[in-house]
Ligand binder design. Structure first.
Ligand SMILES: Cc1ncc(COP(=O)(O)O)c(C=O)c1O
Length: 445
């Protein structure tokens, strides 16, 4: 057999070869069909092969694909930014564009620092983020994230301006509190950390409003988000959200922060805007930051070669138009409520500890024991998702450490917003079979 030359992330795995996709389904070159209930990896929110999006991309291809964004702008770039601001929370002013989530979050960190420099607050440089989070795979964003299994080999290389606090995870409250006894200790931890670090040194706080793949759809209560925002304001710390997964409708609102009624200073976004049709990401910037830069140096000390190319912008604009015109954000909310209820049927299994989510950002956490919430010593969710994949249904399982950074496993279910109830029934049925298969394989009663 011919030698393969791609450096895949799993060197010993045989990858199926993709052929084409349509709607909720993708097909490999053997003709095998997969129900894409993972939207790739929470990306393809509008579904595969949408003709009207492809037509607009083709039109742009015929016109021009690339100009350097530092030299030219384009009509589609301006229109896209305006349309993003139209759906963004009140107070957001301008959009920086790049090619993906890590670039977006790396840019976001740099903007927090530039803001402080422009205001003459040179001592403010530290960023506080949370364990049980993921913000990207560059050294800056990996150090910002809190996924130990991905961080461990790179720790020595990380910049040292970042510290972490525990994430808000009510199923596994890091302070042992319950819904009745909760007094938002995890939010107060932000205040404690700001004080220990020295408020005059802390520049920004970054969180995923709903945790993505690291812990699978962990939704904080409203009072948590309100409290961390209040603490940020009190200490003149920028409140930044990573909406790389959640942005553009995944949780059933344009942005996940919309559920909480708070306005962030910076929003990082990527996946859903391009929906896989084009690589695109970016940062939505609050007016207060734009004003500080405009009144100061008047220039970003930041750029990428592929920022806001006409092709990426045309694709993203087509996707956003499609989402708005077809009311897909509302659909994500409504279908999410239905899917969550259907998934709750899986509570009948002793290994299903938590079924959770918001909109179409859903998750299942697997445990050995529902009372103690002790996780499995092996990757239960990974084995279930492999079973599902082998049998033609895609979900995302297998990131270890969702419970405490070391162990625990949860599965993310983040389908395209076009999912139907029939599709959901297929997925729930397949998950049930997968759970039964893994239980039997490991002798779990
Ligand atoms: C919340 C979050 N932030 C950032 C990223 C990084 O995005 P990318 O893989 O496009 O660089 C991801 C990717 O999964 C993500 O889920």
């Amino acid at each position: 057999m011919e030698e393969k030359r791609v450096l895949y992330s799993a060197l010993h795995k045989e990858y199926p070869v993709i052929d084409h996709g349509e709607g909720m389904y993708i097909y490999d070159t053997t003709g095998k069909k997969y129900l894409d209930c993972a939207a790739g990896i929470a990306v393809v929110n509008v579904g595969h092969g949408v003709k009207e999006i492809l037509d607009k991309i083709h039109a742009q291809l015929d016109n021009i694909c690339f100009v350097y964004g530092g030299t030219f702008t384009s009509e589609t770039r301006e229109r896209l930014a305006k349309k993003i601001i139209d759906v963004a929370p009140e107070g957001m002013d301008k959009v920086f564009l790049c090619s993906g989530g890590s670039e977006a979050m790396e840019s976001l960190i740099k903007f927090t620092r530039q803001y402080q420099v422009e205001r003459g607050k040179l001592g403010k440089y530290k960023v506080i983020s949370r364990w049980q989070s993921y913000h990207g795979n560059t050294l800056g964003t990996l150090s910002l994230g809190g996924r130990p299994s991905w961080r461990e080999h790179f720790d020595e290389l990380f910049p040292k301006f970042i510290s972490h606090i525990p994430a808000c995870n009510c199923y596994r409250c890091p302070y042992g509190l319950t819904e009745e006894t909760c007094n938002c200790q995890c939010a107060l931890e932000l205040e404690r950390t700001i004080k220990y670090e020295g408020p005059e040194t802390v520049s920004a706080f970054v969180m995923e409003p709903v945790i993505g793949t690291t812990a699978a759809a962990v939704v904080p209560p409203k009072k948590y988000v309100e409290k961390v925002k209040e603490i940020c304001d009190k200490y003149d710390v920028l409140f930044c959200v990573d909406e790389v997964i959640t942005g553009f409708g995944r949780t059933g609102a344009n942005f996940a922060v919309d559920h909480y009624g708070v306005t962030p200073d910076l929003i990082g976004f990527a996946k859903g805007l391009g929906s896989g049709y084009v690589p695109v990401g970016g940062v939505i910037v609050n007016k207060k930051i734009v004003d500080a830069i405009a009144a100061g140096s008047g220039a970003l000390t930041h750029a990428f070669t592929f920022s806001g190319t006409p092709l990426a912008c045309a694709g993203a604009e087509a996707v956003l138009d499609y989402i708005v015109d077809n009311d897909l954000v509302k659909r994500s909310y409504d279908m999410g409520e239905i899917f969550l209820e259907k998934l709750k049927a899986l509570y009948k299994y002793p290994v299903v500890g938590d079924v959770r989510g918001l909109g179409l950002m859903l998750g299942i956490e697997f445990v050995q024991d529902k009372e103690t919430k002790a996780p499995f010593e092996f990757n239960f969710s990974g084995e279930v998702s492999k079973y599902c994949f082998d049998n033609g249904v895609m979900v995302t399982g297998g990131v270890p450490g969702s419970a405490d950074g070391q162990i625990g496993d949860a599965m993310q279910i983040a389908p395209p917003f076009i999912i139907t109830e029939e599709d959901m029934d297929i997925v729930v049925d397949m998950l049930a079979k997968g759970i039964e298969y893994v239980m039997e394989k490991h002798g779990i009663a």
